[in-house]
Structure formats: structure tokens, C-alpha cells
Ligand binder design. Sequence first.
Ligand SMILES: Cc1cc2nc3c(=O)[nH]c(=O)nc-3n(C[C@H](O)[C@H](O)[C@H](O)COP(=O)(O)OP(=O)(O)OC[C@H]3O[C@@H](n4cnc5c(N)ncnc54)[C@H](O)[C@@H]3O)c2cc1C
Length: 453
Amino acid sequence: MTDKVMDQLRVPDASFTGEVVRPGDPGYEDVRRVHNASIDKRPALILRCRSTADVVAALAVGRESGLEVAVRGGGHSIAGRSTTDGGILIDLSPMKGIVVNPTTRTVRVQGGATWRELNREAAIHELATTGGVISSTGVAGLTLGGGLGWLMGTHGLSVDNLMAVELVTAEGEVLDVTEATQPDLFWGLRGGGGIFGIAASLEFRLHPLGMVTAGLIAHPFEAARDLLAYVREYTAGAPDELAVMPLLVHAPDGSGTRLAAVAVCHAGSPEQAETDLAPLRGFGSPVLAQVGPMPYPAVNTMLDDGFPRGARYYWKSGFVAALGDGVIDALVEGFAACPSAMTGIAIEHFHGAVTRVPVDATAVPHREASFNVLIAGVWNDPAGDEANAAWARATYEALAPFLVGRRYVNYLSADDTAAAPDAYGGNLTRLAELKRRYDPDNVFRLNQNISRA
Ligand SMILES: Cc1cc2nc3c(=O)[nH]c(=O)nc-3n(C[C@H](O)[C@H](O)[C@H](O)COP(=O)(O)OP(=O)(O)OC[C@H]3O[C@@H](n4cnc5c(N)ncnc54)[C@H](O)[C@@H]3O)c2cc1C
């Protein structure tokens, strides 16, 4: 670390009211860690912010130091983009303020909040918006990359519900970015990731939603091909309210038993849910069927146990146009060979509202009816790193002939360095222009590095 940085932090700028954590400090080992334990980076300084002014001050320290600057919200980046080896980590995770306005049906949330926290506050008023399906994921990182979740069919992506971003720019300016104030930048923030600055807070549109009908139906793995083929028919023409996520997973009892399952969330009336879900409930001979009414925040915790903090993660993902027989074979054969009893494959169905937004309306280009396949390698033992990553890559390769050349930026792994064209498609050129305008020095470089696009 440079002397200048040390000086600044020995006599901290009065404008920084947050916590400064250095290597060797109590708590450093805990605070430096992110969700994915295979990311083992050691920042030179961690600046834990409490407010927008802290973010501005922390960024000034980071820029002054000349060191790499990392920004952390919920810390879920599988690629390890929210931390740095030897750089400055601007940690927004203490910034969890959430204010719901039930009259305007909006919520303002600070940049360190998680979806569990946002859902809980909105649920008091029986309101909700599209967010991640795992409750510990950060609102900021997820939203800036797009935001897939149970309500995509009814309300589009998280970015489709984003109304404003309080953005700290590379120059340390604080902008209120909305469609009205900075339409270009607002366009880029809706999918571009954290490439333009730090979202100190974000504002979302909320929708009336109290209870949903949701849960899990699991079949023996031997039924996987039949189940996936059935889901192909079942999802064709599915109503917007019906979100269906086929899963190839292991039983949670640690036995290693493989299962073919479907997680569902129906955001319509209980009567409509009953009717729409009846055929799926009636299919085959499930070993478990737990579907029923639950509060919307609960459905977002239903799969949490499969993605614990401190496990090791390596993911591959891509979109397929349909669940054709070739796709099904590749996934079923791939899953049969999987080396970890924590690993799963999830398939996210894009239909309804998310597909009615024009491809260039936001930076997110994924607007076609399709399926996003997530090959989610999860394991605990560092000795398994190579085997698990190799398995995910091999399964992805087997899927390659069916991929349509589009990939969700938030699921990319650290070695997906050249994936920007697939992540942004025709929107990449406009994003690159905006990046040059708003962050010419590439201060915010720990993301799909659009500046080189
Ligand atoms: C278990 C798990 C479940 C997931 N489920 C979903 C899902 O259901 N839907 C979905 O769409 N995605 C999902 N994801 C992917 C998720 O969207 C990304 O990992 C996302 O980047 C996480 O955001 P975060 O704030 O937690 O991450 P972080 O690791 O903190 O940040 C990720 C990226 O965003 C940047 N960033 C974070 N906060 C800010 C901020 N305030 N301002 C500017 N830049 C910021 C970081 O610098 C980094 O580049 C999941 C990931 C995991 C690990």
C-alpha cells in the first residue's frame, strides 16, 4: 500500500464516518470474505460505508491511492468482482436503509441491502417487485445486471421496475439518474452492471402482491427426461403469473440422491393458481409435492439452503430457445456425472412481461421467450475445485450446440472474460460509448469490461 493511502487512513477524512478495516484488524478475515469461498482475495483496505457521503469519500481515497477499486453490495458475484487483491474495497453492505412509500407504491433502498430485507419491508404493505430467488443476494448488483426472478412474467426484470439510481460517478459527483434526468445513463444502468459508478441507493416500482402459490414438486431422477419434456409442453402458453423453474438437484438430506424437480411460483389468484397448477401436480409420480399458499418473501427463501455462504461456486450459463430433446439429453447426462452432491442445474423460463420489453429499451438484451440454463457447481472441499469446474465446463460444452449465443451477465464466471458480446448483443456498442463518457479511466473495471469492447 502506498504511504499516501496509509496517511489518509491514519488520519481519516472527517467526511468518512464508516468503518475502516485493514489486514490484521479484528474482523478483517470475516469482512473480506464474499459469498463464494473460492474467491480468496485480500483487499489492502476495506471502507465500510454508512451513507452516500461515505461512498463519495471512500471513492476519493480509492482514486487517490491509484489502487484497484472494488465495490461490494451483497457480495454474491460468483466471479469475485466485488473484492480485490491489494486494492481498496468500498463495501456498501452496512447501507441497508429501505423506505417503502405505499401511496406511490415505490421503495428506495440503499446499495447494501439484500432481497430478503427489501421483500420484508415491501410485504408489510402487500407490495413486491421482481427480485432474486435467493434471499441473501444483493439488490444493487443483481439489479444493475438485469435481475431475474419469480415475477419476471408479470412485471419484467428488476431493471424494468427501476425508477431511479442515486449514482456516485467516477468523478465523485452524486447524480439522481432517472429517465427524465439522464436518459442515456439510466438506460445503461439498467443492465450494464456497475460499470458507470456506485449505486448508493436505488428506487423501484412496487406492485400489489401478498400471498403467492408456490413450492416444489420432486420426481426420481430416472423421470428427468420425461419431466423436462413435459415441462416443455406445460410452459408453452403459460400465463404470465406462472413461473416454472425445472431443477436437477440433489436431495437436501446429504444422501447424494439425484432428483428431477420443478419449483413454481404462481402470482395470480388462488383459484387461478389451482387451475394452472393442476396439470403439473397431476404429472407422473412425484416423491415430494409441497405447493401451497405462502407470502411472497417466503418463496424467495425456498431455495436458500442450496446456496450457502462459504461454499465454493463455479457456474456456467446460457440461453436455449427451447427445451428440445438434445438440451434435455445434455443436461440429464451432465447431471448424472456431477461430482458434488451440492450441485444443481436450474432452468429459468423467460415468458410474459420480460419478453414484451423491446430489446433496446434497456441495456439487457434478453427479451425472447426462451430458457436460461444455469449449471451451478457448488461444493465445499477446496480439493474439489478442479473437478467441479471441469464438470461445469464439460456440461456447458455438451449444451453448446443448442445455445443461442446469449448469456446473462450476472451468472458469468471469472474466466468468462470475453462474454460481453453474448451478454449485451446489439446493446454493446451503446454501452461502450457510455462507458467512455462516464468512466473514461475505467475506475469501475471489476465487471464485464465494456471499456475494451
Ligand atoms: C446464490 C446466488 C443466487 C443468485 N440468484 C439470482 C437470481 O435469482 N436472479 C438474478 O438475476 N441473479 C442471481 N444471482 C446472480 C446475482 O445477480 C449476481 O451475483 C449479482 O452480481 C449479485 O449482486 P450482489 O450485490 O450480491 O453482488 P456483489 O458481489 O456485491 O456485486 C456484484 C457486482 O455488482 C457491483 N456492485 C454491487 N453493488 C453495487 C453498487 N451498489 N453500485 C455499483 N456496483 C455495485 C460489484 O462491483 C460487482 O461488479 C445469484 C447469485 C448467487 C450467488
